[in-house]
Design a binder for this molecule. Structure first.
Ligand code: GLU
Length: 415
């Protein structure tokens, strides 16, 4: 059967509910997104031809606040993926205890194949099509795979033009000049760095070797902060073209400069650096593995061969359900995505709060508040998983499930 991330989510949810003895009627609603919108996006291409793209926005839950979550531009975007990503956002926001539900959007497109003009027209048309269901009190998009601050600027402008006044709080992850927050670009990577530090501490590793899959926003900033702030050696990193490995530690600043110049790692060359495949990266000789690319990367096959003692999920859904079981049998500890990569949405929340009050904060304050939220959330998840004697993933799901069903009980069912 084809991999279906939403079914994967529902299965973990059922397991978490069973452990706490919850009736299915108490959480059944979480298996059904509140709203699913599919849109057709006709775009005039640069050569004059018309092309129609497919887009989505799914609002999984608004139980604890407005829906919140990114917009993905990728050729593999489909409804089951967007539904899973939206549900994970609901759980992520509940774990870090910020007043949001979860949502996610996407367009089935390879953004690197479009010109800047085509990309702008596509983004604006998408925004116009989902406009009736987004807004600072309703649903707040942000960047995800294949989108960035520029995408958010176009979305903010399109929404604002339709309203007739500037509405910076409709999206997060914008450029600073139009209401973005200091620290937002680095936030997911900074959160990963904090969880990596806590994980190393709890396993008594003072100088672990780290392998990172992916060198997009999250992978590259995680690599930078883990080497620069924690002083851990990053022994492997990869991009779409493949990976590189060096047992004594890679020169991360040099590699990031190389990648920043829009070059691929397959063309990178330095003394003692070995080129490796994606599978070799995932199973490389390292203490900590950080998958920071896409879903379903650590499959059962990879899980059986993994050498790391710790996996920190920077991507959303990188570990398949059967791989998760193998890792747990092998005593490899997984720090789940919905905890580990929550730094992005936490600083999105700070950005939105600044937009709503038109009062802007300093970067040092933002980083300090992010640190506090990550440390507290990790402690909550840790406590819950030891209380029930389960994995950190189940501990994270249970923590979120309790907060979500608690909120639902207080609100009651309308009408
Ligand atoms: N796309 C990011 C995530 O998956 C950030 C979402 C946000 O900031 O709303 O967590």
């Amino acid at each position: 059967m084809a991999y279906n991330p939403f079914l994967n989510f529902c299965q973990v949810l059922d397991r978490a509910a069973r452990i706490v003895g919850m009736e299915s009627s108490e959480y059944e609603i979480l298996k059904h997104p509140e709203r699913e919108l599919k849109v057709a996006l006709p775009i005039r291409m640069d050569d004059g031809k018309l092309e129609v793209f497919e887009g989505y926005r799914v609002q999984h839950s608004s139980q604890r606040g407005p829906c919140k979550g990114g917009v993905r531009f990728h050729p593999d975007v489909n409804i089951d993926e967007v539904k899973a990503l939206a549900a994970w956002m609901t759980f992520k926001c509940a774990i870090v205890n910020i007043p949001y539900g979860g949502g996610k959007g996407g367009i089935k497109v390879d953004p690197s194949a479009l010109s800047a003009g085509e990309l702008e027209r596509l983004t604006r048309r998408y925004t116009a099509q989902i406009l009736p269901i987004i807004g600072p009190q309703q649903d707040i998009p942000a960047p995800d795979v294949g989108t960035n601050a520029q995408t958010m600027d176009w979305m903010m402008d399109t929404y604002s033009m339709m309203k007739g006044y500037a509405v910076p709080g409709v999206v997060t992850g914008k450029h600073i000049e139009i209401g973005g927050s200091l620290g937002r670009t680095e936030a997911t990577g900074r959160g990963i760095m904090i969880i990596t530090r806590l994980a190393a501490e709890s396993h008594g590793l003072s100088a672990p070797a780290v392998a990172i899959q992916g060198a997009g926003n999250v992978g590259s900033i995680s690599a930078k902060l883990i080497s620069e702030v924690l002083g851990f050696k990053v022994v492997a990193i990869s991009d779409v073209s493949g990976g590189i490995y060096k047992a004594s530690g890679l020169d991360i600043p040099e590699i990031l400069k190389f990648i920043g110049g829009k070059r691929l790692l397959k063309d990178y060359d330095a003394a003692e650096v070995r080129h490796i495949t994606n599978e070799e990266l995932l199973t490389s000789e390292a203490d900590i593995l950080i998958p920071a690319a896409l879903e379903n990367q650590i499959t059962a096959d990879i899980a059986a061969k993994l050498k790391a003692k710790i996996v920190i999920e920077a991507a959303n859904g990188p570990t398949s359900a059967d791989a998760d079981e193998i890792l747990s049998e092998r005593g490899i500890e997984v720090y789940p995505d919905i905890l580990s990569n929550a730094g992005g949405v936490v600083v999105s929340y700070f950005e939105w709060a600044q937009n709503l009050q038109s009062l802007y904060w300093e970067e040092a304050d933002i980083n300090r508040m992010l640190e506090k939220v990550m440390v507290r959330s990790y402690a909550d998840v840790e406590k819950c998983s030891s209380e029930y004697g389960v994995s950190l993933r189940l501990g994270a799901y249970i923590t979120a499930l309790k907060r979500l069903t608690g909120a639902a009980k207080l609100r009651g069912i309308f009408p």
